[in-house]
Ligand binder design. Structure first.
Ligand code: ZN
Length: 239
């Protein structure tokens, strides 16, 4: 059983009627709903308005893969909560950062760069290309798929070189973007996935849902081990 926690800042849904009409119960619930159909995935949700920003050591100890959606309230997430997430990833927890989570505190800590990108919001069509067809996260996805409307995210994207680049996005305005990037940090696996702007029903798209489901299986820890680098004594004491 893979234990997934979907964390959402849950702000736009309550303040923007357009977003509220797409996701009446929040983006976190929409993601939970399509993951819930898998018998070997157990999903719970957490939101910024809960105690301690919805992040505690107890929650992370009980989470194999943490999915994160945030946009306008990154600064309301405490540094302590971000550190807990960072340390959990280093100890093996999987982390999936969606769309504007590129600027979330946990993701920036794990990348070590600004994670800035270029963008515009014109509702362009996006064509997402599979760059690494043999990768488990691309399993079941055709050569490409299209999202009728999405916020444009464009290069340059200030992240470290991804360990694996699985998807690339192209927009009808001409921009390109590294849309699906895998990173290994400590014992943990991280997947950044660009689609998911709140004013479009991106998380209702079947390809997006399949990719997030695939990413959960990929990012789930094979073993959860705290990184230990102790001071050591000679192994062969007769030398
Ligand atoms: Zn957006």
């Amino acid at each position: 059983m893979i234990k997934v926690t979907v964390w959402n800042e849950f702000e736009h849904e309550k303040t923007n009627p357009q977003v509220g009409s797409i996701y009446p119960n929040g983006i976190h619930t929409a993601i939970k709903d399509f993951l819930d159909i898998y018998d070997d995935i157990e999903v719970k949700t957490s939101t910024l308005d809960l105690d301690d920003c919805g992040i505690s050591q107890q929650l992370l100890d009980d989470t194999d893969v943490l999915i994160w959606w945030g946009h306008c309230a990154h600064n309301k997430v405490s540094d302590h909560a971000a550190e807990l997430v960072q340390n959990a990833v280093l100890s093996g927890m999987g982390f999936i950062a969606l769309h504007s989570a590129h600027h979330s505190k946990p993701f920036k800590r794990l990348m070590g760069t600004t994670c800035n990108l270029s963008w515009r919001e014109d509702g362009d069509k996006e064509r997402i290309w599979v760059i690494k067809p043999g990768h488990p996260i691309a399993c079941g996805i055709d050569r490409y798929f299209e999202l009728e409307h999405e916020e444009t995210y464009s290069e340059p994207f200030d992240i470290p070189e991804p360990d694996e680049l699985v998807f690339g996005g192209w927009y009808e305005g001409g921009e390109i973007f590294r849309s699906g990037c895998c990173f290994y940090r400590g014992n943990g696996k991280i997947f950044y996935f660009q689609p998911g702007h709140e004013t479009f029903p991106i998380f209702k798209d079947k390809n997006v849902q399949m990719i997030i489901k695939n990413a959960v299986y990929w990012a789930a820890p094979t073993c959860r081990v705290k990184l230990e680098c102790p001071h050591v004594k000679k192994i062969d004491t007769d030398k």
